[in-house]
Design a protein. Structure first.
Length: 160
């Protein structure tokens, strides 16, 4: 499944961050509140959650992308070996904070990648693809998280 996202959907710095990940061929999927919004539940979120594949090869690509984005000075990261399983890296402040995750509740990266929804977005006149968490994995993740806002998200989609 593929769809288009308006180029003004994300703030400019978030869009450039995603484009940088794309150019570096990082395996990543947008999860969390932005995925909920993408699937049709209009609600507020204070960040964009980016789930990345935790592997030596992908970590290397992610490090290179972050180096480009941050001009060689990544806050809190000196080398690709600084990435740890289960760690959340946060950049920025709400509502434009980026949370980089390599684990989420209830689903593996492989499950999320398998069921991802691809969307095309324009940056500087050129299209690129981003991946959003698919509905099945999203609901599984939200149920496993169990936070009140996650349960509300599940209820919204199950009632719709």
């Amino acid at each position: 499944m593929s769809s288009e996202i308006a180029s003004d959907y994300f703030p400019e710095d978030i869009l450039e961050f995603l484009a940088t990940l794309h150019r570096a061929e990082v395996n990543f999927v947008i999860v969390g509140g932005e995925a909920v919004i993408f699937h049709g539940h209009a609600r507020l979120t204070g960040d964009i959650d980016v789930l990345y594949e935790f592997s030596d090869e992908n970590n290397g690509r992610l490090f290179q992308a972050l180096s480009v984005f941050w001009g060689g000075n990544i806050p809190g990261i000196r080398c690709e070996m600084d990435f740890c399983p289960g760690e959340i890296l946060q950049f920025g402040v709400p509502p434009q904070r980026v949370d980089l995750l390599n684990e989420i509740d209830g689903v593996s990266f492989a499950e999320v990648w398998e069921s991802k929804v691809t969307a095309t977005i324009m940056v500087a006149g050129a299209p690129f693809e981003i991946h959003m968490m698919g509905m099945e994995a999203l609901l599984k993740n939200k149920r496993a998280s169990g936070r009140p806002k996650d349960i509300q998200d599940v209820q919204f989609f199950e009632q719709g």
